[in-house]
Design a protein around this ligand. Structure first.
Ligand code: G3H
Ligand code: 13P
Ligand code: ZN
Length: 326
């Protein structure tokens, strides 16, 4: 099974009322943890690579590691560029064998976003040079940090449903990321935006804007929608990190039930990075605390990898609903 684009996977996900997990990867252990979990759950999966990941690991290493995962698992895996900031990075990934790219021109004006997205779509869909590569675009902005772009809480802008038909028609994009209240990172909401659970002290965030999602999907029937910034910041891992020397105060994510609801609607791709970082860190911190004499990376990174695999399985089974959907 070679790498695949998102067309068939999204069609089945839309019709089946589930979403496909798009997990960020930066190294071999993360690639292995994600794909072994997907294999054991018999689930389709998207591996995505950011500009930062390309800089850290080098694009060719990531590409070959993902190809190794395809060989190892036999899964239909999508290799996707996350948050492509310009035409050049999208072209580079398309030429290098990625099967899907995101052009993120969401911080530009509506017309500039359309023009840049259209340019990427024309190149990605031109099958005279390479297989058909699917293109994700974005309308609306999320709070949080995406590489060099930092959007403060309060400065984010929800997607305007009245824009989506024109945008999709004029760009020809294959899927659309929208802003309905999710945000990047492990601190998605300020404490003053949340209420606090009186028993546990854990922050309870405000609900996502399902009204916007509903309106968007009414205007784009059958069209796959993407949610970024969709880590849930599972408190189990935050506790492990803090119990072993970490200091994550008031880290909060999107509640899992809300993501499950989105996945049963038009959302076909849910992006998760921070939860994997937390799981990896929890495993490594716990390992060092329990075995201060260890210095073999296979021992401590191996424990981190185990926790990443656990969280990916949990997402597939209880949040995304993509188990046994191959
Ligand atoms: O959306 C951002 C992803 O979490 C990637 O983060 O740019 O630090 O690799 P990164
Ligand atoms: P999180 O920070 O919520 O994991 O979001 C990841 C993401 O959107 C990657 O594009
Ligand atoms: Zn994102």
């Amino acid at each position: 099974m070679p790498l695949v684009n998102t067309i068939e996977l999204f069609k089945k996900a839309y019709e089946g009322g589930y979403a496909i997990g798009a997990f960020n990867c930066n190294n071999m252990e993360i690639v292995q943890a994600i794909t072994e979990a997907a294999k054991e759950c018999n689930s389709p999966v998207i591996l995505q690579v950011s500009a930062g990941a390309r800089k850290y690991a080098k694009a060719c290493y990531l590409k070959h590691m993902v190809e190794a995962a395809v060989e190892d698992t036999g899964l239909p895996i999508v290799l996707h560029l996350d948050h492509g900031a310009d035409f050049e990075i999208c072209k580079d990934c398309i030429d290098g064998g990625f099967t899907s790219v995101m052009i993120d021109a969401s911080s530009k004006s509506f017309e500039e976003n359309i023009a840049l997205t259209r340019k990427v779509v024309e190149y990605a869909h031109d099958t005279s040079k390479h297989p058909y590569v699917t293109v994700e675009a974005e309308l609306g902005t999320l709070a949080g940090i995406e590489d060099d772009v930092k959007v403060e809480h309060g400065a984010e802008s929800y997607t305007r449903p009245e824009d989506v038909e024109e945008f999709v028609k004029r760009t020809g994009c294959d899927s659309l990321a929208i802003a309905i209240g999710t945000s990047h990172g492990a601190y998605k909401f300020k404490p003053q935006q949340c209420t606090r659970d009186p028993k546990t002290g854990v922050l309870l965030p405000p609900p996502l804007r399902f009204d916007i999602l509903e309106e968007v999907s009414k205007r784009l029937p059958g069209f796959p929608i993407v949610l970024h910034g969709s880590s849930s910041v599972n408190q189990e891992y935050v506790k492990i990190i803090n119990a072993h020397g970490g200091k994550l105060v008031d880290a909060v994510g999107v509640p899992e039930e809300q993501l499950r609801k989105a996945a049963s609607m038009a959302v076909c791709k849910i992006n998760i990075d921070s939860d994997l970082r937390l799981a990896l860190t929890a495993g490594i911190r716990e390992h060092f605390d329990e075995h201060p004499d260890h210095f073999d990376p296979r021992q401590y990174i191996g424990d981190g990898r185990k926790y990443v695999k656990d969280i990916v399985k949990h997402k597939i089974q209880t949040v995304l609903g993509s188990e046994n959907k191959l």
